[in-house]
Design a protein. Structure first.
Length: 263
């Protein structure tokens, strides 16, 4: 169970966007910070409905469904800080950050450490602080992002970096992919009792149109095949899928990722 380490009065709320995105809104009842606003309209609507002042934007990577709302938000709110990965390739950023940097957000009395987590994209970063991880499309509940730009080795290294965070870390990823991911995870580990229990919980949540996020790292280590390349059951399942001998965790991970792509 997660120990709540968010500052007093802080709420983290998922603003739905598109078909399955969540724009995470971190607020204290007055000021707000949003993560990966692919669409400005639901953000502006939520700010108006809850009398919130949008004080900053955090960006994890360059994909349009995470950045598409920047221009409109910046035009609507003069001087809005927009913080994201270095490289000069995301229009509208006012500050770029890299591994080891700290992002201070005094308007909500919070600060986040920046972690570079390439794999899904080469520019991907995550924000960690106060027991919360905003990881974009790197780590999903029961899954991980497709490798659009990075290699399996890069993604495994990034996921292992996240695995070293405290077990009670709350994982705020940006898509409601959980049920589809669980369906695949069960194909990999059909006898994983904790995964079976999680599947039942997810089905109940989604039947009531409720988010399955955040999860915790501890939970993910028990059910997510992409964090379990070292487990014999995952290795054996991956070997049955693969056409060559899998000699290490990176090869197992790569095979499981290819399997998921075709699932």
């Amino acid at each position: 169970m997660r120990i709540d380490t968010l500052p007093s009065g802080i709420t983290v709320h998922p603003i739905p966007a598109f078909t399955d995105n969540y724009i995470w809104c971190i607020h204290n009842g007055k000021n707000a910070v949003v993560v990966d606003p692919g669409d400005a309209e639901p953000v502006l609507k939520y700010m108006a409905e809850h009398a919130l002042n949008l004080a900053a934007v955090l960006i994890t990577h360059h994909h349009r469904d995470h950045t598409g709302g920047i221009a409109k938000l910046v035009s609507a709110i003069a001087g809005l800080p927009v913080i994201g990965p270095r490289g000069g390739h995301i229009r509208g950023l006012t500050k770029t950050v890299a591994q080891g940097d700290t992002v201070a957000l005094p308007v909500v009395d919070m600060s986040f450490q920046v972690m570079e987590v390439p794999g899904h994209t080469l520019d991907h970063i995550a924000f960690f602080g106060h027991g919360a991880l905003f990881c974009g499309d790197t780590l999903f509940s029961a899954g991980c992002g497709r490798l659009f730009e990075g290699t399996p080795e890069q993604m495994l290294h990034s996921l292992n970096k996240l695995k070293r965070l405290p077990d009670d870390t709350a994982v705020y990823c940006t898509h409601e992919y959980t049920q589809a991911n669980v369906n695949f995870a069960l194909a990999v580990e059909p006898n994983n009792s904790e995964l079976q229990d999680y599947d039942a919980w997810v089905k109940t949540k989604r039947s009531h149109d409720q988010p399955t996020l955040p999860s915790t790292l501890d939970e993910q280590k028990k059910i997510n095949p992409f964090l379990r390349s070292h487990e014999p059951a995952v290795r054996d399942a991956a070997q049955r899928f693969a056409d060559t001998e899998l000699t290490d965790d990176a090869a197992v991970f790569a095979a499981v990722r290819r399997w998921k792509d075709e699932f």
